[in-house]
Design a protein around this ligand. Structure first.
Ligand code: DAH
Length: 329
């Protein structure tokens, strides 16, 4: 019986040995049962020896149990240990797309100045996209924006300026209005600086006549561009948009070459980033507004993202190449 205990090499075997020795039908029980049949004069001696044996076996069992328990714990710790020096590829953590990041940054600025966020449908009609924005049919200004048309006078909006009309006319908002509208726009264009879908943020501020001047527009856009691009020079350049009069395009000093002149800024030292101007009276007339003045501006989010992240090819923004996206986190 001692051997059964000694030879147990793990806790399972030892448990089997325990049952075989100490169990109800085990070795000791059977030995004690013999007491009934042996002659009386031998009983005392037999019982004494058997009790001694039981005690010895018990001791042996306890010792073995302690050893095997320790071994088992040791084995367990050995198997479960972690080699912290082992190489493991870095786990991938997702991040917002650079266009979303840029959009959020732009939105944060204007929301902090109490501009509301207005959104509208991507499918619009000729009136909202052109007519009401002072771009009559057959006007050459329509050529500025190659449009995707549907059959029934509907089209995919080519700019977020449509939301100006939505807000002032369809939603019948009354001045003062202070809003931006971020969203997707569509044009039939595809090359290194154009994709058929891209994003714009439109801005509009309207109040009683005389309340809003070009100075307000100049101040806010300068402040906004410093917030976006840091310590850059800002330049307002006269331009033309049908829905603003006067109109201007806004440039920042080239952040790639510090205005020295490089390929990105076509050696000019300036990068164009915004279109803006005072809302044309014809637009106010179309939406039924009287005695008001206002400014509007529009910008391309992809262009901002490309400048902020120094990405040369716009198309790469939409290819979903993880290596590029990781760099722009
Ligand atoms: N809608 C113009 C475009 O898509 C951008 C723009 C220019 C919006 C001047 C304006 C603005 O509100 O005043 O090119």
């Amino acid at each position: 019986m001692e051997n059964r205990i000694n030879d147990s090499s793990n806790l399972d075997e030892l448990e089997k040995a325990r049952v075989a020795i100490f169990g109800k039908k085990g070795y000791l029980a059977q030995e004690f049962a013999k007491l009934k049949t042996i002659p009386n004069e031998q009983k005392r001696e037999f019982a004494k020896n058997l009790n001694l044996k039981k005690e010895k076996l018990n001791q042996l069992y306890e010792q073995k149990l302690a050893i095997l328990t320790k071994d088992a714990l040791h084995d367990k710790m050995k198997n479960e240990s972690i080699d912290v020096t082992l190489f493991h590829p870095k786990s991938q953590i997702g991040a917002l797309h650079p266009i979303t990041q840029t959009m959020n940054k732009i939105i944060d600025y204007f929301v902090s100045l109490n501009f509301s966020i207005q959104e509208a449908t991507l499918v619009e009609d000729d009136f909202h996209n052109f007519e009401a924005l002072n771009i009559p049919a057959y006007h050459p200004a329509r050529d500025m924006q190659d449009t995707f048309f549907f059959n029934d006078n509907k089209l995919l909006r080519t700019h977020t300026s449509t939301v100006q009309i939505q807000v002032m006319k369809d939603r019948a908002s009354k001045p003062p209005i202070r809003m931006i509208s971020p969203g997707a726009v569509f044009r039939k264009d595809f090359d290194i600086t154009h994709t058929p879908m891209f994003h714009q943020v439109e801005g509009l501020m309207v109040d009683k006549v005389g309340e809003i001047s070009f100075a307000n527009l100049k101040y806010i856009l300068e402040d906004f561009l410093h917030y976006m691009f840091g310590d850059v020079k800002v330049r307002f350049r006269p331009s033309f948009f049908p829905f603003t009069e006067p109109s201007c395009e806004v440039d920042i000093s080239c952040i790639f070459c510090n205005s020295k002149g490089c390929r990105v800024c076509s050696q000019s030292g300036w990068l164009e980033v915004l279109g803006s101007g005072m809302v044309d009276p014809n637009v106010f007339e179309k939406v039924g507004y009287k005695d008001v003045s206002g400014y509007a501006f529009g910008l391309g989010v992809e262009r901002f993202a490309m400048l902020l992240h120094k990405v040369p090819d716009l198309r790469s923004m939409f290819e979903g190449d993880l290596r590029l996206l990781e760099q722009m986190q």
